[in-house]
Design a binder for this molecule. Structure first.
Ligand code: GTP
Ligand code: MG
Length: 196
């Protein structure tokens, strides 16, 4: 898959406001600050397409990007940011759940996980939500440039072990670094295959 064109289309506060669902769509989800917006910029090779920030809670809306005039990439707000007021957090979670369950053209969710951390409660809860609703997803470990290869292997092995305590099989797994562009080809190839 070669990304020839990538343009921002629209930010929506809820599912109702999203662009028409007539093109296949891939969405990025995960805890606040895990690197969703950075990964979208890395994949599209455009450093400022999606807004990133070192402070959690940057993306607050459903952001649609149109790629090659053929498919959508979606940047979603992060979940699990404990410093956000509870009512605001709940509103955002409701929006994420509604989008995930009802967006008809959603082909696959990319669930981003910080490669440095043990399984976090918010991720465990979201995984449970995906499983009980049979939402198609893959796991994307982020920020691999921040730890050694050995630690990554250990962490992922531990993650798989925990997953297999409640899942019958493992989802597809990708390792990425937005900084080093690791995982770019693999993710784009996955999208290409899924689309064809
Ligand atoms: P929210 O929109 O707040 O939910 O965050 P997000 O998941 O979109 O994260 P974002 O892409 O804004 O990145 C958060 C911070 O992590 C920024 O300071 C990024 O520069 C940094 N970051 C993201 N990906 C990587 C990576 O692969 N490597 C390194 N070293 N830093 C990264
Ligand atoms: Mg973001």
């Amino acid at each position: 898959m070669i990304v020839k064109q990538a343009r921002f289309l629209k930010s929506s506060t809820e599912l109702k406001g999203c662009p028409p669902d007539n093109l296949p769509e891939f969405a990025f989800i995960g805890r606040s600050n895990v690197g969703k917006s950075s990964l979208i910029n890395m994949l599209t090779n455009r450093s400022k397409l999606a807004k990133t920030s070192s402070t959690p809670g940057k993306t607050q809306l459903i952001n649609h990007f149109l790629i090659n005039e053929q498919w959508y990439l979606v940047d979603l707000p992060g979940y699990g940011y404990t410093r956000m007021p509870a009512t605001e957090r709940e509103r955002m979670m409701k929006m994420i759940r509604e989008y995930t369950l009802k967006r008809q053209n959603l082909v696959c969710l990319f669930l981003l996980i910080d490669a440095r951390l043990d399984m976090q409660k918010a991720d465990q809860q979201f995984l449970h939500f995906l499983g009980s609703n049979q939402v198609p997803f893959v796991l994307v470990f982020t920020k691999t440039d921040k730890i050694t290869g050995n630690r990554i292997r250990q962490n992922i092995a531990a993650y798989k072990k925990t997953l297999l305590e409640s899942w019958e099989s493992l989802p597809q797994i990708f390792l990425t670094s937005a900084l080093h562009k690791q995982g770019r080809e693999e993710l784009l190839e996955f999208i290409q295959e899924t689309l064809s």
